[in-house]
Design a protein around this ligand. Structure first.
Ligand SMILES: Cc1cc2nc3c(=O)[nH]c(=O)nc-3n(C[C@H](O)[C@H](O)[C@H](O)COP(=O)(O)OP(=O)(O)OC[C@H]3O[C@@H](n4cnc5c(N)ncnc54)[C@H](O)[C@@H]3O)c2cc1C
Length: 392
């Protein structure tokens, strides 16, 4: 059986929002990066994809927003919140240069990030399943082990291993990253793509145990979702979705009836949110691997792109500029946690559907305030110094 041996500054496990963005930033700043994923390039994944301002800011600064737009991703300039008795339309105001939101399909967003990582010099390998980490005699992580689809085994040494491998992270489990915060709520979500649905932006409809919404996306389609307690969503599909939409927005029910429904829907059966310890000797976690919250807040991708930037800065400081690893990586976690705690807590309450019609508007204002803090912090980051030399 063949054996692949590799050696890089950083190995990033998971080539989607968090991992591809981290690899892109590291490679752009002169580090030798290996980015691996067990799936296929461009494959879809279980996720809706509404981006908030922080994500659009990141994509703009990284020079990638034009590609998202060129892929036919519609600009979203209006968000409508619907409660029991109220309809609150909001027109997006320009802030930090962000004039519109976007919701690219994961088949659009993730390959653009992977392409940027490769173009910046990262070595990208799909079809590699990481099975564990290697350690030195002091316990520091020194690389990963894995296997390719053809059965070849792989060992890749690295100064730092980044786990960006999602909610069932092999890396986080291999390093035994403790759960430092765990949410109390579990909601389920079912979604699908309607064609030619009349909509003019993001729509979020909130009734207790019956939340729904619309996210306009590529190819003239709109992602329609319903979130409720797992018992109500069951195995998901059109029946619970239409019943929840009917309860939360009669208006959306009428528009769904006038458009072409999907052939199949996808369903997330729910999982409580968590924050795991984000670093240790020779390793770090980014994206859902280290920090997950219920999708109803539509913020996982935005936070993944945020933390890719924060982690990449820390790793560049260590590997390129010689900063102490412990200081740089612990500062990464401190910033991640500071920016995440309020959002995590309020998302947990919203996802638990433990609110009344009277309470939900205020909870959404709290969510919005947490997002605003995150945006201010991201916008205030100075540019990373460009590398003294780029790889040949
Ligand atoms: C139903 C649902 C709806 C959502 N809707 C939204 C939304 O509207 N907006 C939003 O911002 N967020 C949303 N989210 C959250 C969002 O999907 C996640 O936050 C985001 O995918 C995190 O990106 P990631 O790169 O950390 O992980 P992932 O996207 O999960 O990518 C992890 C990658 O790691 C790879 N991998 C895993 N294990 C291994 C291994 N052992 N070896 C090699 N590769 C491995 C996987 O193949 C995968 O490609 C939603 C989530 C769900 C479940």
């Amino acid at each position: 059986m063949s054996r692949i041996e590799l050696d890089h500054d950083v190995v990033v496990v998971g080539a989607r929002a968090a991992g591809a963005a981290t690899a892109f930033l590291l490679a752009r700043h002169g580090l030798r990066v290996l980015l691996v994923d067990r799936s296929r390039y461009g494959a879809d994944t279980l996720s809706t994809h509404a981006l908030m301002r922080g994500a659009v800011l990141q994509l703009t600064r990284w020079g990638l927003l034009d590609e998202i737009i060129a892929a036919g991703t519609p600009a979203v300039r209006r968000t409508t919140f619907r409660y029991a008795d109220d309809l609150v339309p909001l027109i997006l105001k320009e802030s930090y240069g962000v004039e519109a939101l976007y919701a690219p399909r994961r088949t659009v967003l993730d390959p653009i990030l992977v392409g940027a990582a490769a173009a910046a010099g990262a070595e990208v390998r799909f079809g590699i399943t990481v099975t564990g980490v290697e350690r030195d005699c002091q316990g520091a992580v020194t690389g990963i082990t894995g296997r390719a689809r053809d059965g070849a085994t792989l060992r890749a040494a690295a100064r730092i291993v980044v786990g960006a491998d999602g909610i069932r992270s092999t890396v986080a489990d291999a390093v035994d990253a403790p759960y430092e915060r765990v949410g109390k709520s579990v909601a389920a979500l079912t979604y699908g793509y309607w064609t030619a649905l009349e909509t003019d932006g993001y729509e979020w409809n909130f009734r207790p145990d019956a939340a729904s919404g619309v996210v306009p996306t590529n190819d003239g389609q709109a992602c329609v979702f319903a979130s409720a307690s797992p018992g109500r969503i069951g195995r998901g599909g059109l029946e619970p979705l239409t019943s929840i939409v009917a309860e939360s927005s009669g208006d959306l029910t009428a528009r769904l009836a006038a458009s072409a429904p999907p052939l199949a829907l996808r369903t997330f059966t729910g999982r409580p949110g968590y924050l795991r310890r984000a670093w240790g000797n020779g390793w770090a976690l980014v994206g859902d691997a280290g920090y997950f919250k219920d999708p109803l807040g539509a913020h996982g991708l935005t936070d993944a792109l945020r933390d890719a930037e924060l982690l990449a800065r820390a790793i560049v400081a260590v590997v390129r500029d010689g900063a102490p690893e412990r200081d740089a990586l612990s500062a990464y976690q401190t910033t991640r946690d500071t920016l995440s705690t309020d959002l995590f807590d309020v998302t947990d309450v919203i996802a638990g559907h433990r609110w009344t019609d009277a309470e939900i508007p205020d909870l959404l204002l709290q969510l919005n305030a947490a997002m605003a803090d995150e945006l201010d912090t991201l916008a205030a980051l100075p540019p990373l110094p460009t590398p003294a030399h780029t790889p040949c």
